[in-house]
Design a protein around this ligand. Structure first.
Ligand SMILES: C[S@@+](CC[C@H](N)C(=O)[O-])C[C@H]1O[C@@H](n2cnc3c(N)ncnc32)[C@H](O)[C@@H]1O
Length: 322
């Protein structure tokens, strides 16, 4: 059996017998006015953060949701798009597709605004998405890509890139590891399927997104997720996992490298009214300007005493619309 088959078997089990709190860090999902989340769907909240960013969903985007789980985020995306076929949710596990179909039928009964046609569930997997090239505004996945081995993660990222329209967005939430996960845990297929041992470090995770072609990444949230303790996981020191919510844009990678926004700002503190780096960044004295990490490093090296770079807040929601 391959590790992907082990994962499919695991998700077939937890589709039929929900495990409350399997992956999620928040017990209550995002609350939206007029949205009633069925209890069974809530119990199958197997995501580690959120991929649904309400202020960015105003234009009824077409969303391809990979790994439907109990259907919670498909329903939340449908809440914003509210049109037939706007959300296509894909899953290779038959029991999971059945559970999501049943939960969404309950949601129709509990939400007057929600129509069955708003979410279409299709058989398929992350490596072979059943939609045409450049056909969707958003690809979203929550707590799935982290279970893939690195080369498979790259395949899944490239497949997401293929189906996105130019300028489209890959919205992800995944665990990341604060140091590389030791091989004995990485090789444990059940732990990997449970989103506990496949996580990459922040650097490797973001580099793989860029290597798949995405020119801009924005970090929406980064928070503690799970602690792998020494006794249970046979480690010398505990290993903290974090969850990372990100939005990656299908835009060209600039010549000097991709832009990653983590919430840093640059503040000019010199004697002139403003500082112009002649590369498109004008800083007014005393006013924080949001910059990507690449620009932050460049500005700090040009004027180390006159430009202050603030720390990453790990929350940035500055760009992109569809
Ligand atoms: C951790 S659950 C997350 C479910 C959902 N995103 C949520 O937030 O509740 C992973 C989901 O991915 C599905 N899955 C497993 N292998 C997959 C694959 N190769 N391609 C797409 N989905 C897969 C599982 O059946 C399950 O529905």
């Amino acid at each position: 059996m391959t590790y992907l088959e082990t994962a499919a078997q695991f998700y077939s089990e937890v589709a039929q017998t929900p495990q409350v709190g399997l992956c999620c860090v928040q017990s209550t999902p995002l609350q939206l006015p007029g949205l009633k989340v069925p209890l069974a769907m809530q119990e199958m909240n197997y995501g580690c953060g959120t991929t649904v960013h309400p202020t960015e969903l105003g234009k009824q985007p077409t969303v391809l949701y990979v790994g439907v789980g109990g259907g919670l985020e498909a329903l939340q995306f449908a809440y914003f798009s509210r049109r037939a076929g706007a959300v296509i949710a894909v899953d290779p596990v038959a029991a999971m597709r059945e559970a999501a179909t049943s939960n969404l039928a309950t949601a129709v009964a509990e939400n007057p605004w929600f129509d069955k046609s708003f979410v279409e569930i299709r058989e398929g997997d992350a490596f072979n998405l059943p939609v045409a090239d450049a056909s969707v505004d958003i690809v979203a996945q929550n707590c799935l890509f982290n279970i893939f081995e690195p080369e498979d993660l790259t395949r899944a990222l490239k497949e997401a890139y293929r189906v996105l329209k130019p300028g489209g967005r890959l919205q992800m939430s995944d665990p990341i590891a604060t140091r590389p996960i030791p091989a004995h845990l990485q090789q444990d297929e059940r732990l990997r399927a449970m989103c506990l041992s496949g996580a990459l470090t922040y650097e490797e995770y973001t580099q793989r997104i860029i290597a798949a072609g995405f020119g801009q990444i924005e970090i929406r949230a980064r928070r503690p997720y799970r602690l792998l303790d020494t006794q249970t996981y046979n480690l010398e020191t505990p290993l903290l996992l974090e969850s990372l919510d990100s939005v990656s844009f299908k835009v060209a990678i600039p010549e000097d490298g991709a832009c990653i926004f983590t919430g840093k700002t640059a503040i000019y503190a010199g004697s002139e009214p403003f500082f112009d780096d002649a590369a498109g960044h004008i800083l007014q004295r005393g006013i924080p300007a949001t910059v990507c990490d690449k620009t932050a490093a460049k500005l700090a090296s040009v004027k180390p005493t006159e430009i202050i770079i603030t720390d990453s807040t790990w929350h940035y929601s500055g760009g992109g619309c569809c």
